[in-house]
Write a protein that binds this ligand. Structure first.
Ligand code: ZN
Length: 250
């Protein structure tokens, strides 16, 4: 069994709860991280350290890219958090080593016919694949273009909204497939593994994904949101709007 985690966003309480869940389940051979370990949250260094120690792969997310290339297109709160994260990570004794690590994170990883990226197969770091891309008036040909670049399965993060996109243009939110979803019929699927540290599907529990080789299972893990929020609120460069959303899962 394989576990996929993404979008930790420097929330160490959520990340440690997820690893405890993985350890409790047992039988998880490898954990892959699809990026955005940093940004928004108060403990970027601790989260990077844990991910580097426990994950087979750590992919570049748009928040890692923002540390190196600038926070283009970010809202003010996200940009302020990235500026603080950059100062914290790169100015200390570990600065050069961390800058080197983050600069060279891979953009994609393949496991046979399974592609792993942060955003989408055609733009691995920045592009969002959303439910609204299936609606009338969405960008013409977007989903066809994305599915054309999927070998068979593609695991992504980035939107913080877990679920499965099917080749015939349906989206099944994680809550509607709570007993798992079979992906072994040879069709293509794009699976969003959700967010560990900042879920946005109105379920505030940490989210990650297990893959058995046949089916995907979305796990929800309760964690110490009060503790995570208190650390954000104690940091004048993060701001309490970033803590309030953790309680709502939005
Ligand atoms: Zn993210």
């Amino acid at each position: 069994m394989i576990a996929f985690i993404s979008d930790i966003h420097a929330n160490l309480q959520a990340l440690t709860a997820v690893f405890a869940d993985i350890d409790r389940i047992g039988g998880v051979e490898r954990v892959y991280c699809l990026g955005d370990v940093v940004g928004y949250g108060p403990q970027p260094w601790e989260c990077i350290d844990l991910v580097v120690n426990r994950c087979s792969v750590y992919l570049m997310g748009n928040h890692e890219s923002a540390l190196i290339n600038g926070a283009l297109g970010f809202r003010a709160a996200a940009r302020d958090a990235i500026d603080w994260t950059r100062d914290t990570l790169f100015q200390g004794a570990h600065g050069p080593r961390l800058r080197n690590l983050i600069t060279h994170l891979p953009l994609r990883h393949t496991l046979g016919d399974i592609l792993l990226v942060h955003g989408s197969p055609r733009d691995p770091v920045m592009e969002y694949v959303l439910e609204s891309d299936l609606w009338e008036g969405a960008e013409e040909g977007k989903m066809e273009g994305i599915f054309a670049q999927i070998p068979r399965l593609c695991y992504v993060g980035h939107t913080h909204r877990p679920g499965v996109f099917t080749q015939d243009h349906c989206f099944l939110p994680a809550r509607e497939i709570a007993d798992g979803f079979d992906v072994s019929d040879g069709s293509k699927y794009l699976i969003n593994v959700g967010s560990v540290g900042q879920p946005r599907d109105l379920d505030p529990r940490a989210c990650y994904c297990l893959y058995t080789g046949d089916a995907v299972y979305f796990r929800r893990v309760a964690y110490d949101i009060d503790g995570a929020a208190a650390l954000i609120n104690a940091n004048p460069r993060l701001g309490d709007r970033l803590s309030a959303r953790l309680f709502k899962g939005e």
